[in-house]
Design a protein around this ligand. Structure first.
Ligand SMILES: NC(=O)c1ccc[n+]([C@@H]2O[C@H](COP(=O)([O-])OP(=O)(O)OC[C@H]3O[C@@H](n4cnc5c(N)ncnc54)[C@H](OP(=O)(O)O)[C@@H]3O)[C@@H](O)[C@H]2O)c1
Ligand SMILES: [Zn+2]
Length: 337
């Protein structure tokens, strides 16, 4: 059985295709045969020498496949399934509240512990979701990290409503585009950004009402588009200096969802702007199984169609990651196993 491993921190040259014996059945676990995975920016962060990231390890956090061995779980061999990418304890205070993404003992598969890019993957039954018949394995594989985080941030936490105005900072990436599509599915007015002119048309086709460049003119242009009022919600997939911008463009009483530090992890802003304007600043790390289930339902009912940028054979995962690092993609990059 082949598995994809980061041997040590570094560039794509640290990716190894390793032969290993198949996983052994164990009570409490399902064994899944990989069919489609998808690439996330966290796979790239995951190659870096950051605390809590062990090496060597199997990488990959998004995987859809078919059940190979259901063990003592509820599935049958051949069932089409999607993996929830957070390892959680199931018994801590947060897990009991249905908030597995805040589990006190959590670990993201592929980042903090061995991940999913193997021909066969052994996972706790609780991490396995059935894929509705009308949802393709490709669409399912696009959902776990990017769409679940966007859904959790916008719907579960920020409570985005129909008719509200949303600014998505970084709308061309996996998570940003997911936010844009989810917001359109609930009838919001969406302004978004990309640094590349050629991506603007693609974002318009994906449903964006306005697409801007993330440059010095961004504040004025957002204010102009909103008649000087600002936006109800900001989905910030960039971080850094954009957090301060988010605080300036959000309406009094609005919400800011941050889930990334692509443009920097250290930020500076006046705390007065936050409290005096009754702004909710919401930090988001992945989402819950319930969010992922809602997304499968939205896709199965035709309300959401994940945007697939490209499909690579799993053996070319290095090329797929380079495409992401070079910012050549719009939407999800899939891997076929
Ligand atoms: N908190 C969580 O649970 C969670 C979940 C998913 C992702 N994330 C994080 O969210 C970020 C995006 O993830 P992803 O998988 O969606 O990645 P991605 O597909 O590579 O998207 C990256 C996005 O960032 C923009 N961008 C990159 N560098 C930029 C820069 N210097 N200035 C302005 N824009 C820049 C890109 O836009 P253009 O190239 O069009 O400008 C693109 O929209 C990553 O940092 C990732 O780790 C966090
Ligand atoms: Zn827990």
């Amino acid at each position: 059985m082949k598995k994809f491993v980061y041997e040590r921190p570094g560039g794509v040259d640290v990716i190894r295709r390793v032969e290993d014996s198949p996983p052994r059945p164990e009570p409490g676990y399902t064994i899944v045969k990989a069919q489609f995975g998808s690439v996330n920016h966290v796979d790239i962060w995951g190659r870096m020498d950051l605390p809590g990231q062990p090496f060597p390890r199997v990488f990959g956090s998004d995987l859809a496949g078919v059940v190979e061995d259901p063990g003592d779980g509820p599935f049958n061999k051949g069932d089409r399934v999607l993996l929830y990418p957070m390892k959680f304890c199931g018994t801590c205070e947060r897990c009991l509240q249905g908030r597995e993404n805040s589990c006190f003992y959590r670990a993201l598969y592929g980042v903090h512990t061995d991940g999913f890019f193997s021909e066969l993957v052994k996972v706790p039954h609780a991490n396995v979701l059935r894929i509705p018949d009308s949802v393709s394995l490709e669409y399912a594989a696009a959902l776990p990290v990017a769409y679940t985080t966007a859904y959790h941030g916008l719907i579960t936490r920020a409570g985005l409503r129909s008719g509200e105005t949303l600014l998505v900072l970084g709308g061309s990436g996996g998570a940003g585009l997911a936010a844009l599509q989810i917001a359109k599915a609930v009838n919001s007015y969406v302004i978004t950004t990309t640094s590349f002119d050629w991506k603007k048309e693609l974002l318009k086709r994906a449903g964006a009402d306005e697409v801007l460049s993330p440059d010095e003119s961004l504040y004025e242009r957002v204010m102009k588009l909103t008649d000087g009022k600002g936006v109800d919600v900001v989905f910030d997939a960039l971080g850094g200096k954009f957090v301060e911008l988010a605080l300036r463009v959000v309406k009094r009483g609005g919400r800011i969802v941050n889930m990334a530090m692509t443009a920097g992890s250290e930020v500076s802003f006046s705390i007065r702007t936050l409290y005096a304007n009754n702004v909710d600043l919401i930090g988001v790390y992945l989402g819950t199984r319930s969010d992922l289930y809602s997304l499968l339902t939205l896709v199965s009912r035709g309300r959401l169609k994940p945007i697939i940028d490209s499909v690579f054979p799993a053996d070319d995962v290095d090329k797929a990651q380079i495409r992401m690092e070079k910012r050549q993609h719009v939407g999800k990059i899939l891997l076929r196993f």
